[in-house]
Design a binder for this molecule. Structure first.
Ligand code: PMV
Length: 340
């Protein structure tokens, strides 16, 4: 097969990944835990058809991609070609329903869809864990978008990264005794607080944090406890417990970045106003169980129960500086949608 099309949903980490144990292989310093979403994602078609004659040809959201993005995608395709024994250049057409490079995790769905489409188009039929390791080489968080629902990423211990892969959590299929099987139907309300690309990409920011933040080691040391607490909360379907972990993980990740020298500040005034609104929702009577998380950008994502999602979205839409909101549900892992 020389052509394949794949789609993948983005994922939002509830226990954050922020730091690498190996930069070349994109190996994370710690585990992380996320939720794959249904409605924010990427669709990518890869054809090993000779590209533009000289190199790979990448079209991103209807326009030819810039140099930097094209180089990153070509480097990724080189790994797929090496593995499959293919040396033909490719044409890649990719469309994001997430604003690219804005801290809304477009690289997670982007490299998950690319890993699946490129490997299939190159004639490889990789098992999910190998697909996850492949996606990780493009972007650490992309390893998690290979799977649906709640997903945990293992940091692995091997130097070659073959054990640094994600896996779906049992809560996706089992649930607590008496509860119906299936994904826990939480919602994530996304409050977009800025247009345009983020100031500093996550890889550069992680590296800078690791080198200069006096809080970095403390951050790394705390992640395993957060993972254990998040896993336990998901097993019990305990939203308040999961939300508490998500908030402290995000705040500690940002605290370690804020303490870097020079500081990395992803937030804007609307980010803080949205945090205040979420806390006010919890303090109100009657209270709404809502919990925020923030990635490498100024947007705020709020975890809540499905029945509260519209109310939470309306509350966030009223926060000064919030440009728009959208509600996402748990979604499936990366999949082939068309292969010709
Ligand atoms: O996958 P990357 O390299 O874009 O890094 C993702 C970093 C965060 O989104 C901030 C955290 C995470 O675990 O997704």
């Amino acid at each position: 097969m020389t052509v394949a099309t794949a789609v993948a949903g983005t994922n939002i980490a509830l226990v954050k990944y922020w730091g690498k144990r190996d930069e070349a292989l994109n190996l994370p310093a710690t585990g992380s835990l996320s939720l794959t979403l249904d409605r924010l994602g990427t669709r990518t078609r890869v054809a090993f058809d000779g590209g533009d004659g000289g190199g790979d040809l990448l079209t991103l959201n209807g326009a030819r991609a810039d140099e930097k993005t094209s180089r990153r995608v070509s480097a990724f395709l080189d790994r797929v070609r090496a593995r499959a024994g293919v040396d033909t250049r490719a044409t890649v057409v990719t469309d994001n329903s997430v604003p690219t490079a804005s801290g809304l995790a477009s690289s997670a769905s982007g490299f998950a869809a690319l890993a699946l489409a490129a490997s299939r188009a190159a004639g490889l039929d990789l098992p999910p864990n190998e697909l996850s390791a492949l996606a990780r080489l493009g972007s650490g968080s992309a390893a998690r978008s290979i799977f649906g629902g709640f997903v945990e990423m293992a940091p692995g211990t091997r130097a070659d990264g073959t054990d640094a892969t994600a896996h779906p959590l049992a809560a996706n299929v089992q649930g607590p005794p008496g509860a119906p099987p299936g994904v826990w139907e939480v919602r994530l309300v996304v409050a977009i607080t800025a247009a345009g690309e983020k100031a500093i990409g996550s890889t550069a920011a992680m590296t800078h944090t690791a080198r200069t933040s006096p809080f970095y080691q403390a951050w790394i040391a705390g992640v395993d406890a957060d993972l254990a607490a998040a896993r336990a909360a998901i097993d019990r379907r305990d939203l308040a417990a999961l939300g508490a972990v998500a908030e402290r993980s995000a705040l500690r990740m940002h605290a370690t970045a804020l303490a870097a020298d020079p500081a990395i500040v992803y937030w804007n005034p609307a980010t803080l106003a949205a945090i205040a609104r979420v806390r006010a929702l919890r303090d109100a009577s009657p209270a709404t169980q809502a919990f925020f998380t923030i990635d490498a950008g100024p947007h705020v994502k709020v975890l809540c129960a499905a029945e509260d999602a519209d109310r939470v979205a309306a509350a966030l839409a009223g926060v000064p500086g919030v440009l728009r909101t959208l509600v996402a549900a748990p979604g499936p892992g990366a999949r082939i949608v068309e292969a010709a």
